[in-house]
Design a protein around this ligand. Structure first.
Ligand SMILES: [Zn+2]
Length: 398
């Protein structure tokens, strides 16, 4: 069994160690040391990473796990049994983990103490930490819990870890205590705050957590899911959000603190402009229809051919125009337009027009080498853009 230096001295970043065994593991090797500073993944805390140094070689340790009660350091390179190595932690990564893990203790305690909401689920990844509470909490309650945690951080309270018999531990007032686990238990206590059983790594004082920032609280099952970050990662995320906010404010030519009002104002302006644009488009469309009808000559059966060939229509406009033209009795409306490297065409027949729209669409497909289909009275298709398409189509439709 390796000596777990991280349990006695959590701030220790490196130690000398002797390789006890080295066996193939996954795509590389699993190395067991006589003692280690590496915390193996467990209890919701992520694994440490770092290096084993042999002479002038730095062999990366990507992941550390407990397997059959043995701590395995995963490497891509074998090291002979009996070799002395220096085990060195990737300290910034470990420190991030300690900040998130300890912040989780403090936040869980605050929800338990203030609102009797228990932490029933915990997840941590390098971008985000979440806890699931068995009771729904309001935005105001989340704010109160966050305030309590940050106050305890600012007070820089001591954190202790000690081993005690389960019978002794049972006498403590603890946030979580599993009565089924017996023997020696590791109890982690924050002065005047959280006490619970835990195997993870915690800084010696709460001040090292730096900051706990709740990012989101949402309903989850019968309770709430709280997403948060602590310490350096919290500050990093806040800076990213501040940059995004400043950029948005700059784009609107307002101050950062005015962003809420600024966005509401702009949304209202956009809504009004859309309304006005729609009105103008309708007027334009009616004008177009009037002009077309003025030029149109009905044939002996009263059928009227309305053709629009354009290179400046948009899809929605073209569709609206075709539908509007089909309101003209006995109309045969063809609207074709060029957009995004394609010629698009719509064929719509008005009431009383008994022509075969499907057949006409097929003729256009053949003429332009396009594809499309639809009903007898409405169809659409498109073809690759090509020079002279308007003249050729005009000739077909004449
Ligand atoms: Zn812990």
């Amino acid at each position: 069994m390796s000596k777990k230096i991280f349990e006695e001295d959590v701030m220790c970043r490196e130690c000398r160690a002797i390789v006890q065994s080295c066996e193939p593991f996954k795509d590389g090797f699993g190395i067991v040391l006589d003692q280690t500073v590496f915390f193996p993944e467990g209890g919701g805390q992520l694994s440490d990473s770092g290096w084993l140094i042999v002479g002038d070689q730095r062999i990366p340790v990507g992941h550390v796990r407990i397997q059959d009660e043995v701590i395995l350091h995963e490497t891509t390179q074998a090291i002979s049994v009996g070799t002395e190595v220096v085990a060195v932690l990737d300290w910034p990564v470990r420190f991030d983990h300690m900040q998130q893990h300890c912040g989780e203790h403090l936040l869980s305690y605050a929800f338990w103490k203030l609102f009797q909401a228990d932490n029933v689920g915990f997840h941590m990844n390098p971008e985000l930490v979440t806890i699931d509470l068995n009771k729904e909490v309001s935005a105001e309650e989340v704010r109160q819990a966050e305030e309590m945690v940050n106050q305890q951080i600012q007070e820089d309270r001591d954190i202790h870890a000690e081993w005690m018999a389960h019978t002794e531990a049972a006498k403590l007032t603890m946030r979580k205590f599993n009565e089924k686990i017996t023997g020696l238990l590791r109890i982690v206590s924050v002065e005047g705050s959280d006490v619970c059983t835990c195997c993870g790594t915690h800084p010696p004082t709460t001040g090292m957590v730096g900051l706990v920032k709740v990012l989101k609280a949402e309903k989850h099952k019968d309770g709430s899911r709280i997403s948060f970050l602590c310490g350096r990662l919290a500050l990093q995320l806040i800076n990213q959000r501040m940059d995004a906010l400043s950029e948005a404010a700059r784009a609107l030519s307002i101050r950062d603190e005015e962003i809420g009002d600024g966005v509401s104002r702009q949304s209202e302006e956009i809504r009004q402009l859309k309304e006005k644009l729609h009105e103008r488009n309708q007027q334009l469309l009616e004008g177009r229809v009037r002009d077309l009808l003025a030029d149109a000559q009905p044939d002996a059966d009263g059928r009227v051919r309305l053709t629009v060939l354009s290179d400046d229509l948009e899809a929605a406009e073209a569709k609206a125009l075709a539908q509007r033209l089909a309101e003209v009795p006995k109309a045969r409306a063809v609207v074709a337009y060029e957009s995004k490297g394609r010629v698009n065409y719509l064929i719509a027949l008005g009431a009383g027009n008994t022509e075969n729209g499907k057949e006409l669409l097929q003729q256009v497909n053949t003429l332009l080498g396009g594809r499309g289909g639809g009903r007898m009275d409405f169809g659409q298709g498109s073809a690759p853009t090509q020079s002279g398409w308007q003249d050729r189509l005009q000739k077909l439709l004449a």
